[in-house]
Design a protein around this ligand. Structure first.
Ligand code: SAM
Length: 410
């Protein structure tokens, strides 16, 4: 390309924004981001491709330090739209802990270079939507940053050592995970979260953020299938390991009520998870039209003959043996010819997995000794528990990461 061509291309790239794509055009937005990554891969030198990971790590280290300092929360509380700019001295006052001024200047420099804040002059900064979200403890962004900075990064960076120590065998043992190896108390992730209420709250909110980002399962799957022929004296949907409760709420919003008086209730909607997680959900997430119930999914399912049992992003946390145990407990509660199992999870494609999918697979490896599964493994796993796949409901667009696998008892 000649230099003028480059200038024109830069202008075209710079002109792309949410307005030009269309604010509601979610698929186009994601496809444009994927194209931008491909553009980088074409233009960056091999050295640049490697070196940029140092910037990611250093940004994360600075971001986490600013979380620990309480800068984001203080800034958000002090923010007024009419006067968005702050000086370095103002920002020092926003911190909850005393901090060396030059240290803060250096931490803010990388935040601005990473476009997390906007530098408008020497030692003068404006927040961005992201930095304000980081300061809002009700926002999933703040929680996602906490769980990424505190647990995920340390676990991921321990993986090369763990794999060398385990002779490069695929980690499949939930009693010896990389996450356990990376932490002095040697607890698996879910056991660790139960010992640390604030880490648990961050985890649950980060999961909610992930769920919000994905296409609702109630759009992928025709939920009318469940409602038609449903016996309202029995539970309509049991969301097993449902965490934040967003997925059961989606069913509520779609069919059962909108909060209007006289709206018929089609049967119970139930959220199940570990006791501390459902306590969190009860506190702030879920409508009181949803029943909340502590239940360990390795124990027999107490709600028999529900119309549907949902396992969303649950089975990918477990190896085949443990996933089989969860399925066995669920299948034993199902009624042949009536109950459905909906597994909402990633189905790995044979080729061309996106960075999101491949990254989730490595994350399952380092956190849980688990894995994302391709279609044939899902079928085998379900068949082993006496279930048969009725239909794989997936998004034909290339950007969706979840499939709803509808299964019934054989
Ligand atoms: C990856 S999260 C998925 C949460 C939610 N279904 C979603 O899609 O966002 C896995 C969930 O399994 C729950 N969990 C882990 N072990 C459990 C157990 N033994 N019994 C019940 N729930 C469990 C966790 O607390 C967590 O909420």
């Amino acid at each position: 390309m000649n230099p003028n061509g480059a200038t024109d291309a830069i202008k075209s790239i710079d002109a792309i924004n949410l307005e030009s794509i269309g604010r509601d055009a979610e698929n186009e937005r994601r496809q444009t981001i994927a194209a931008a990554y491909r553009l980088l891969a074409r233009l960056e030198t091999p050295f640049e491709q490697m070196w940029k990971y140092t910037a990611t790590l250093n940004t994360m280290a600075a971001l986490q330090t600013l979380i620990d300092l309480g800068l984001w929360q203080g800034w958000k509380e002090d923010h007024v739209d009419s006067e968005p700019e702050k000086s370095l001295d103002d920002l020092l006052k926003c911190c909850r802990h005393p901090c060396d001024k030059e240290l803060l200047r250096r931490l803010l420099r990388i935040m601005s270079a990473a476009c997390l804040i906007e530098q408008v002059g020497p030692d003068r900064h404006r927040p961005t939507l992201t930095s304000l979200a980081l300061g809002d403890e009700k926002d999933v962004v703040a929680h996602t940053a906490m769980v990424t900075g505190a647990q995920y990064t340390a676990s991921a960076m321990n993986l090369p050592k763990f794999l060398a120590e385990t002779q490069y065998q695929q980690p499949l043992d939930p009693k010896n995970t990389n996450f356990m190896d990376a932490n002095a108390d040697r607890l698996p992730l879910f056991a660790f979260l139960q010992t640390d209420p604030s880490a648990q709250a961050h985890f649950v909110c980060a999961m909610k953020g992930l769920s919000q980002r994905k296409r609702p399962w109630t759009e992928l799957y025709d939920t009318k299938v469940l409602v038609d022929g449903h016996d309202a004296t029995r539970p309509l949907l049991v969301d097993i390991g449902g965490g934040h409760g967003l997925d059961v709420t989606r069913m509520l919003e779609r069919h059962c009520c909108t909060g209007d008086d006289g709206d018929p209730l089609l049967g119970d909607l139930v959220l199940q998870d570990l006791p501390d997680v459902v306590a969190l959900a009860k506190e702030k997430v879920v409508s009181d039209r949803i029943k909340v119930m502590a239940h360990d999914f390795f124990q027999p399912q107490p709600l028999k003959g529900a119309r549907a049992y949902l396992l969303r992003s649950v089975l990918h946390d477990w190896n085949d043996e443990k996933a089989h145990d969860i399925l066995r407990m669920t299948a034993a509660a199902m009624e042949r010819g009536y109950s459905k199992l909906l597994v909402c999870d990633t189905v790995l494609p044979a080729t061309g997995a996106s960075l999101d999918l491949a990254s989730a697979d490595i994350m399952m490896m380092h956190l849980h000794s688990a894995r994302e599964r391709p279609e044939d493994e899902w079928r085998r796993l379900l068949e082993r528990a006496g279930l048969t796949v009725v239909k794989m409901w997936c998004d034909v667009s290339t950007t969706s990461t979840d499939t709803v696998i509808e299964a019934e008892l054989v």
